[in-house]
Design a protein around this ligand. Structure first.
Ligand SMILES: *Cc1c(COP(=O)(O)O)cnc(C)c1O
Length: 436
């Protein structure tokens, strides 16, 4: 948060320096979530940040106003160094962005009104007519739709590759994308990944993608990755060479199924073009939602750890059940290459997985309709356990052939485990499986 509005002559109002280290020891994100980026002195001593319901901010002087606008408009690099107008930024959102950056070890972060706003503004900021986006598959359906149906209307094409692709396969895809881009008079403008893929949990080898990009492309082409399923706790893709990490904060970060928001994080150089477009278009998270996310970030590690432990116990039970054909759970990977990617990239198996029942849609529906604790709803990452049937719900609009290619079969149920008592959850799944 900016401290420009402080009266420096009042000792009572002296802002405290930000503490991120004690005796050279770097403080962990779970500690920083309680105070980082906010000084109570700036807000009447209020321990929690107030919700700043304001659309505009008073300048200390006309010269400050000019300086801020030079930053906003890009006349001076580095952006505004004070608050101006709430479409650009505001206190709750700035604190949120500072804390989100901490989790991913990023220099900068931007908040948005939804995960899809974050992803769409990101792509729009980097793509020009004739450019090609290279993406992994499957993507979240709306992300895939934005690339295929909307970006194409503005002359941006795409080339995709399956999540588990090897270095050689990624090299071949980049070569194809370069050819296509040069035919169209553009460039490969972004490599956009989602890992693990939904609902199969197939992982992308981010290190291989970075090595392939560094060899094939000699211009600044960012690697962006949707980290909604494992972030911020179980995967930090910037450490594997991704440049930009994207989130639907609606899921694990928000964590209570009571808000919709999104974010991106990365080096300032990658954030700046997106910030400029967000300044123009809007799409920033609102102050109430930002405040709720600050509350959520205080418990994100606790919640995700508990959900992860619960999922491990539930999956152990499900894996040995006679009515279960298989599990798409990152704690029980069968494929050696996928296991290798997991070992290099992930710190935990998450709590969202697919359950393959013996049978098809009818068996899945009976199972879903029999659940007593788990709620029948799409979305994931909340405190409560949710179950859904992707083939007939989230992925209904995906053509049948493509669905088969992606492994989204009629006997697949997607489950997001919450923080309930694990034995209660197992009892619920046991009785629902009996009803099948
Ligand atoms: C939910 C989700 C999104 C979209 O986020 P919204 O907040 O609903 O806009 C994007 N990517 C993934 C992987 C998601 O699960």
């Amino acid at each position: 948060m900016s401290d420009h509005d402080i009266d420096p002559t009042s000792p009572r109002m002296a802002p405290k320096p930000e503490v991120t280290k004690i005796d050279g020891r770097e403080l962990k994100p779970s500690t920083l979530m309680m105070g980082y980026g906010y000084d109570p002195v700036l807000s009447e001593g209020s321990l929690k940040p107030p919700i700043f319901l304001t659309s505009t901010f008073a300048f200390p002087s006309a010269a400050d106003g000019k300086r801020h606008f030079e930053g906003i408009t890009g006349k001076r690099p580095g952006g505004a160094d004070g608050l101006v107008y709430s479409r650009f930024n505001a206190p709750n959102q700035e604190i949120l962005e500072d804390r989100l950056a901490v989790w991913d070890g990023a220099e900068d972060a931007l908040s948005f009104s939804s995960g899809m706003t974050a992803i769409c503004v990101l792509m729009l900021a980097y793509a020009s007519k004739g450019d090609v986006i290279v993406h992994s598959g499957p993507l979240y359906a709306a992300s895939e739709g934005f690339v295929a149906k909307w970006m194409s209307r503005w002359g941006v094409e795409y080339v995709d590759f399956p999540a588990g692709a090897t270095r050689e396969e990624i090299d071949a895809v980049l070569a194809r994308a370069k050819d296509l881009a040069s035919q169209n008079g553009g460039k490969v403008c972004m490599i956009y990944l989602e890992s693990p893929g939904n609902p199969t949990n197939a992982l992308v080898d981010v290190e291989a993608v970075k090595a392939a990009r560094d060899e094939a492309l000699d211009w600044d082409c960012p690697i962006a990755i949707d980290n909604t399923f494992l972030g911020p706790l179980w995967q930090r893709p910037l450490d594997q060479g991704a440049d930009i990490v994207c989130y639907s904060l609606t899921k694990y970060v928000g964590g209570h199924s009571d808000l919709v928001a999104g974010s991106i994080a990365g080096a300032k150089k990658w954030m700046d073009p997106v910030r400029m477009l967000r300044n123009t278009m809007g799409g920033i998270c609102d102050p109430n939602t930002a405040w709720m996310l600050l509350r959520s970030l205080e418990t994100v590690e606790l919640r995700m750890n508990r959900a992860g432990e619960n999922a491990a116990k539930v999956c152990q039970f499900l894996a040995q059940h006679p009515k279960v054909e298989g599990l798409g759970y990152l704690g029980m990977i069968k494929d050696a290459r996928q296991q290798d990617i997991y070992d290099r990239h992930c710190k935990g198996a998450g709590s969202t997985f697919s359950l393959l029942l013996k049978g098809g849609e009818a068996e899945c529906f009976r199972f879903l309709d029999s659940l007593k604790i788990a709620k029948l709803a799409v979305s994931l990452g909340g405190t409560e356990t949710l179950a859904s049937h992707p083939a007939s719900m989230t992925h209904l609009s995906v053509p049948e052939g493509r669905r088969a290619e992606l492994g989204i079969s009629d006997n697949l149920v997607r489950i997001s485990i919450g923080i309930e008592d694990p034995d209660d959850l197992i009892a619920d799944f046991e009785q629902a499986l009996e009803a099948v």
